[in-house]
Design a protein around this ligand. Structure first.
Ligand code: FAD
Ligand code: EPU
Length: 274
């Protein structure tokens, strides 16, 4: 049976904002069937979410330990992994095994399912580079779908309505630990200027050929603050929670930023509310 509890979603997001919800932790297909009997949404590592202070009316489904295959990750170049496997650990393990393909995702604090749902990445690589197939829980059962069916593009994936990613098949390119480490060092260097405090990464997508961070910086908005929500000094596209920010603070800050930049910026974060 699915484990159900009332939570404050701020505890499940990296931005540390967000109100109450019913959290359904699922361990298998039967749990998924039970949890999806009423309106629901799926949470991964909560690293790309802006959740309303009022919380979420839908059930919030989280994949439990059986969907975390970190422990069984070996040195196979082509393998299935549960969607709750943490991406940072996987990036590390792949490097140690001399498997290339995920090193561009160094520093993305996702779980595998959330990384596929967002096609997370950097200019050094994205999930679509390794993704071959996904297993989805959809229409009450499990289905396997080729990666191409998701139309993966920059921070974009198309999932069938209501689909929960349960497992993913990744294919790495055999390399050496040293070569993968060298590639990771370049990613690390590119991320060196990003802030380390509570955030949900970049708030806005980059307009084609430009950086939203640069645009916000150019508009003189670094350090702009509403309550405890602030545009980072280190990088214009990072909105930080300095401690006690509410979702309302963050929303007001985002609105001010959007009103003061010369081009329209599209949100990368997913907004959750009732
Ligand atoms: P969540 O934030 O929990 O969810 C994101 C979306 O995916 C939601 O719509 C959710 O419903 C859906 N989802 C999650 N799991 C599933 C599932 N199993 N099935 C179906 N749908 C699902 N992103 C980048 O792309 N590049 C970066 O360089 C980057 N850097 C970051 C740095 C920091 C410090 C932080 C905090 C975030 C950063 N991000 C970056 C943003 C974030 O890590 C990514 O968007 C990531 O893919 C979100 O994964 P998650 O598991 O946290 O998903
Ligand atoms: N820049 C500024 N001021 C700033 C920020 C950036 O002038 O405040 C300039 C930089 O000097 C550089 C250019 O803009 O010339 C690009 O900056 P950066 O290398 O930091 O990359 P970005 O385009 O701003 C993207 C992703 C990040 C990812 C990095 C590293 C988006 C929205 N952002 O940022 O992804 O980590 O590249 O590859 O695509 C995320 O999606 O959450 C995220 C953090």
């Amino acid at each position: 049976m699915a484990k159900v509890r009332q939570v404050e979603l701020k505890a499940f997001t990296t931005l540390k904002v967000g109100g109450p919800a019913e959290l359904w932790e699922v361990d298998d297909e039967a749990d998924l069937r039970e949890a999806t009997a009423e309106p629901y949404r799926v949470i991964g590592a909560g690293s790309n979410l802006l959740v309303a202070d009022e919380g979420v009316c839908d059930r919030v489904i989280r994949l439990g330990r059986p969907f975390n295959d970190m422990a069984s990750f070996g040195d196979r170049a082509d393998l299935w992994l549960g969607a709750a496997t943490p991406l940072p650990g996987l990036v590390r393990r792949a490097q140690r095994a001399g498997l290339s393909g995920l090193e561009g995702l160094l520093g993305v604090p996702a779980v595998v399912g959330g990384a596929v749902a967002m096609n997370a990445g950097t200019r050094f690589g994205e999930m679509s580079d390794t993704l071959q197939e996904v297993e989805l829980f959809v229409n009450g059962g499990l289905e396997r779908v080729p990666a191409e069916a998701l139309n993966l593009a920059y921070r974009h994936a198309e999932l069938p309505a209501g689909a929960v990613i349960t497992r993913v098949r990744l294919k790495f390119t055999p390399s050496t630990p040293e070569q993968v480490q060298t590639a990771m060092d370049a990613v690390d260097a590119a991320r060196a200027g990003q802030p380390k405090v509570k955030s949900a990464g970049c708030a806005f997508k980059n307009p084609a050929g430009d950086s939203a961070g640069r645009i916000i910086d150019q508009a003189g908005l670094k350090g702009l603050r509403v309550g405890d929500a602030m545009v980072a000094h280190e990088h214009g596209n990072f909105v930080l929670n300095l401690g006690a920010a509410t979702s309302a603070d963050v929303e007001e800050l985002l609105a001010q930023v959007q009103a003061r930049v010369p081009v329209p910026l599209q949100m990368e974060w997913r907004r959750w509310g009732c």
